[in-house]
Design a binder for this molecule. Structure first.
Ligand code: FMN
Length: 192
């Protein structure tokens, strides 16, 4: 009886936490680069309740694009939904993982966004450390929208992002990896 009560309470609290984590966060946009840039990227994420690794990773990627002459808009899902129908050269989706799946607001944004077909996209799956299934689901979602998926990576809050580097903090390493990928993607797209 006690065991049932304990298991039931944990299940109830976890479900509550899940629903709180899956709520669509506030509108927020951060701009990187020059508005007269020829190339525009949108980096879309839904803010996590507890920590802003999502925003930090997106911002690092965006800074790398800006360094290569792009205008990069880091937007929460709520803000991205209100952004007009400008030409976007690259979409970067930073999805948080809840219960081994990408967060609902980012997933719904991808499913409902009309203009993704044929667009360049990058998938970044975030989580504390168990993101394999979530990454696969995010890729499937993007492939179903027939995007041109240029890269898909996963970055973690707790699990080491680079096991060979114990000096750099894990969050710093996640940001560094996002920045490296941003630079690489900008260089890949430079001649197109
Ligand atoms: C209800 C709940 C479920 C979660 N499930 C997972 C999971 O299955 N795998 C994982 O790696 N992280 C999981 N996490 C951790 C979040 O994904 C993590 O906090 C977030 O992605 C890290 O980025 P942030 O700093 O932007 O929060 C979970 C967190 C919560 C609150």
């Amino acid at each position: 009886m006690v065991v049932l009560w304990v298991v039931g309470s944990i299940a109830f609290l976890w479900t509550l936490l899940t629903f709180l984590a899956e709520i669509k966060g506030k509108e927020n946009i951060i701009l990187f680069g020059d508005s007269s840039s020829k190339r525009t990227a949108w980096l879309v994420y839904n803010p996590d309740l507890f920590y802003n690794l999502d925003q930090q990773v997106c911002s690092s990627f965006a800074q790398a694009l800006a360094d290569q002459g792009w205008l990069a808009k880091v937007a929460t899902v709520a803000a991205a939904e209100k952004m007009g129908s400008e030409t976007v050269d690259l979409y970067v989706f930073c999805a948080n993982t809840y219960n081994w799946a990408p967060d609902w607001p980012t997933s719904n944004y991808i499913k409902n966004h009309q203009v993704l077909q044929g667009k360049n996209a990058v998938a970044i799956t975030l989580g504390s450390g168990s993101t394999g299934n979530s990454q696969r689901l995010l890729e499937e979602m993007l492939n179903a929208k027939e995007v041109r998926l240029l890269a898909s990576i996963t970055l973690w809050l707790m699990r080491p992002n680079d096991e060979n580097d114990s000096k750099t903090s894990n969050v710093q390493m996640a940001k560094e990896k996002a920045k490296q990928l941003g630079k690489k993607i900008a260089q890949t797209l430079v001649d197109e």
